[in-house]
Design a protein around this ligand. Structure first.
Ligand SMILES: [Zn+2]
Length: 232
């Protein structure tokens, strides 16, 4: 049986229950939305969302015989009244839901737009970062080839005590930067232990390895010996 009142359509379906009452499940279609409600006699109800209209919760079977706290066992979420009132209330509910959907869609569209704009900015930053790294790399050179003994003057950028290869020993991790080059070394030399940041030094060392980073070429050396401390 189908009844249409304005744009709200009630279609009666299978038998159901609400609380201890036998009901008829009714599909309400309005504004493109569907709802299931229960009819008992000439009255319509929305079933309790907690217990689904049964009035009982299995998980509380050991407490108050499982009676749903939300509806007190009636199974009723809200009473819609008889057909005219139920029609009016379901139309109002559908309008609210449609508005909420629209609001949600608008917010989602806004968020997507914002994300797209952020992605463009981020991509531009990445391009800039890569260009800067490439420029830095182009301006950076190795001090020689593996095995070469080299002498160079630069500034201590890092002189940090780290664990040595042997247990209980320490080494100094050194980074020295000069004009267009970067040198990295591990050493236990005494002078390195006293080295401080931004101190200018001239060192002699043997090239151990060449490392190319995104933005610089790093000459890894071993056994760096100090030739002189350049006056700051
Ligand atoms: Zn309930």
């Amino acid at each position: 049986m189908a009844r249409s009142l304005a744009e709200v359509e009630f279609v009666e379906g299978r038998p159901g229950t609400i609380g201890r009452n036998a009901s008829t499940v009714v599909t309400v279609s309005v504004l493109g939305k569907s709802y299931w409600i229960d009819r008992v006699g000439t009255y319509y109800f929305i079933s309790c969302e907690r217990c689904g209209g049964t009035g009982y919760l299995d998980c509380y079977a050991h407490v108050f015989e499982g009676v749903c706290f939300k509806c007190g066992g009636t199974g009723i979420g809200s009473s819609l009244g008889q057909i005219e009132s139920a029609t009016r209330k379901m139309r109002a509910r559908a309008r609210r839901d449609v508005k909420a959907d629209e609001r949600y869609a608008a917010e989602a569209a806004e968020a997507a737009e914002r994300e797209a704009a952020e992605a463009i900015v981020e991509a531009a930053r990445e391009v800039e970062r890569k260009a800067a790294a490439a420029a830095a790399l182009a301006g950076s050179h190795f001090l020689g080839a593996e095995g070469d003994k080299v002498t160079f003057t630069g500034t201590v950028k890092v002189a940090m005590i780290v664990d040595g290869y042997a247990y209980g020993t320490t080494q100094i991790f050194l980074i020295v930067k000069g004009d267009g080059f970067t040198v990295k070394a591990y050493t236990s030399a005494g002078w390195a232990r006293e080295a401080v940041r931004d101190q200018a030094v001239t060192l002699t060392a043997t090239i151990k390895k060449l490392e190319t980073r995104d933005d610089e070429r790093v000459t890894v050396v071993k056994a760096p010996k100090i030739a002189k401390v350049v006056a700051a």
